[in-house]
Design a protein around this ligand. Sequence first.
Ligand SMILES: O=C(O)C(=O)[C@H](O)CO
Ligand SMILES: [Mg+2]
Length: 259
Amino acid sequence: MPAFAANLSMLFTEADFMDRFRLAREAGFSAVEYLFPYEWPEEDLRHELDSNGLTQVLFNLPPGDWNAGERGIACLPDRVEEFREGVELAIRYARALDCRRVNCLAGIRPDSLEESLAWQTLVDNVTHAAARFEEEGMTLCLEAINSRVDMPGFFLDTSARVMQLIEAVDADNVRLQYDLYHMQIMEGDLIRSVECLLPWIGHIQFADNPGRHEPGTGEINFRNVFAALDRLGYGGWVSAEYRPSHDTAASLDWFRKGA
Ligand SMILES: O=C(O)C(=O)[C@H](O)CO
Ligand SMILES: [Mg+2]
């Protein structure tokens, strides 16, 4: 079975955020991720990781105003300074949490923004972030997110688009974050895609589709997908990023039984 991590922004939400680390450990996880660490002091997060023996595998760069609907600012030309400040803040947290991987959300392109300008801004921002991360021994992940259900207008919505960006940036520490849920919606053909893209995949997440719930609630054959990851020799983390259909404990059958 792959090495599984729990996404604390979606799992264990029955409890306050700081209590979710303990719940993840008690459920048998050795690693966690969550959307953003920035509203908590680094030392408090570090304490939860240490006292529960957990590894932090991923978080995201600051996304702009999340509550106002922003989903990253990397493609927005009038936000470059803010993006760069976010890179430095993320590095501070990554050092404190000993987290080697940070995801960059491309953002939603407003209709008024020309596609070529959004693309060039994204290439420049990712190039900058990758260079800073390289100095820190960190990997920059780029996630393709579905623009059909969850994030209409998201600028990077296919694996091909992310691969185009990885090629344009041409840095050794930039990788594709392959989320099985988003890719099932946009592309399907999951096992063959992972096989083709494997050398560029830096992180994997999953939820079933439709509904974005736990394995077994939808159409993805997780037993076969996880077996394929093993067969292909994928050595990275595979994070459970789903909304439990009832409560978290009841949603973890896939984990207890190995999908
Ligand atoms: O939504 C997802 O799939 C993610 O992984 C991002 O971290 C946040 O939207
Ligand atoms: Mg994801």
